[in-house]
Design a protein around this ligand. Structure first.
Ligand code: ATP
Ligand code: MG
Length: 407
């Protein structure tokens, strides 16, 4: 990547407005576009969906497949630099783009995050520096590898190496028979079997790293999942024990440095008790982009993860982010449009907007909706950042939305 910054509000050598591009038009792309536009950049989105959340608000929306040569050529022609908002962007597309334009993160980094086998090998390499290892695991890529899986990985979770998200592409297995059946069910694709650990809690860390190697980390956040989907993120003093938070931060920076990563990276961790009864950190997986668990930075920090993505891509300075307000982020899934009775969703009843006026009457509530045209159960429709009095307000919000109380 060139170290010369792409300055907003100026024109390029060809007389075009400075334009930043993103592969993917989902909500993460939309929030990247919003951050880039706020700073004065023009934006271009490549996504085949004419109603994609980012495409709807971008200056340019190239509606082709991600590996369409003409689409990629148009994106390069429009943009000074290009980023991605999802890890399953075809690696060859990023290689093509990277040959002509700065692309951050690079195809190499995205390829590591796309494949659990490569990702875990990278974590194992980094463990010698960071002291933080992944859960015990084995690669299952053949019948022989399946037969050779050590017994002590059971009970475990069989995860496809590629294309998993929100708990999809994962099966829990307790016995060798169940393991063989699960591998067949997953189509005998390359998988990783991970030992199932008794999690005390989960956390994640967002870091941003520039082409000059300068890097910053955001405060560490605690995450609660429901049915494999992130439900809630808590980011305030004490939400993650300080010693673990410091280790998670250092580990994430080591993981980014070892990849010479440029852009925003999120790494997820598990907190467990080790054999000696001490708190221990286990590295789970990484996302080569801003992450759902980092959305609180929009309203609680003086630099959001999306502005950090813009700055890293454009080669602008990355000052250490400061959190100015304690925060809780609540994901807003499509079933909320059908509450209080989810059965209505199955009966194809019209979705009803949740009681936003009442929610927004509570101080410190910041609503972010992604402009998705239809609500479906399990679909991420938006999120709510709650700053300030946190758990008290969060409890009221959950009650208003008919969601279960915090644990
Ligand atoms: P996402 O993309 O939403 O982050 P994913 O589908 O890529 O998720 P993982 O992060 O690997 O999948 O797993 C989803 C959740 O399942 C974890 O956040 C954790 O709650 C649980 N989980 C995964 N692996 C383990 C494990 N080895 N032991 C215990 N629980 C686990
Ligand atoms: Mg995960």
């Amino acid at each position: 990547m060139s170290l010369k910054p792409i300055l907003p509000g100026s024109t390029s050598a060809t007389g075009q407005q400075m334009t930043l591009g993103v592969m993917g038009g989902g909500q993460l792309g939309r929030m990247f576009v919003q951050a880039a536009q706020a700073m004065g950049y023009f934006t271009a989105v490549l996504d085949p969906d004419p109603a994609s959340p980012a495409g709807l608000i971008s200056h340019f929306h190239i509606q082709t497949a991600f590996d369409d040569e003409q689409g990629l050529a148009q994106l390069m022609q429009r943009c000074e630099a290009i980023t991605t908002e999802f890890e399953n962007v075809p690696a060859p597309a990023l290689v093509t783009l990277g040959a002509h334009r700065p692309v951050a993160p690079s195809a190499v980094c995205v390829a590591v995050a796309q494949d659990r086998v490569k990702e875990k090998a990278h974590f194992v390499r980094c463990a010698s520096v960071s002291g933080v290892s992944p859960a015990p695991y084995a690669v299952v890529d053949s019948a022989a590898a399946l037969a050779a899986v050590p017994d002590d990985l059971l009970p475990g979770i069989l995860k496809t190496a590629r294309l998993g998200y929100d708990g999809k592409g994962q099966l829990r297995v307790a016995t060798r028979e169940a393991l063989a059946q699960a591998w067949a069910e997953l189509g005998q694709v390359v998988c990783v079997l991970e030992k199932r650990l008794p999690l005390l809690a989960e956390c994640s860390v967002i870091v941003a790293r520039g082409a000059d190697g300068q890097r910053v980390s955001f405060p560490v956040q605690a995450n609660t999942h429901r049915d494999g989907i992130l439900m809630l993120t808590e980011a305030y003093a004490g939400s993650v024990p300080t010693a673990l938070a410091e280790r998670a931060r250092a580990s994430t920076l080591a993981i980014a440095d070892a990849l010479k990563y440029v852009g925003v990276l999120c790494v997820e961790y598990f907190m467990v008790k080790n054999a000696a009864g001490e708190d221990e950190l286990i590295v789970n997986e990484m996302a080569p982009r801003p992450h759902n668990s980092g959305h609180y930075t929009q309203d609680a920090c003086d630099l959001s993860q999306f502005e950090a993505q813009v700055r890293a891509l454009a080669g602008l300075p990355l000052p250490e982010p400061r959190q100015h307000s304690p925060a809780i982020m609540l994901n807003l899934l499509g079933e909320l449009w059908f509450e209080p009775n989810a059965v209505r969703a199955q009966r194809n009843e019209q979705p009803v907007s949740p009681p936003w006026a009442q929610v927004l009457a509570l101080p410190g509530t910041h609503l972010h909706l992604y402009g998705k045209l239809s609500a479906r159960p399990g679909r991420k429709m938006g999120h709510l950042n709650i700053t300030g009095s946190r758990r008290e307000t969060a409890a009221k919000v959950l009650a208003l939305l008919g969601l279960p109380a915090l644990g």
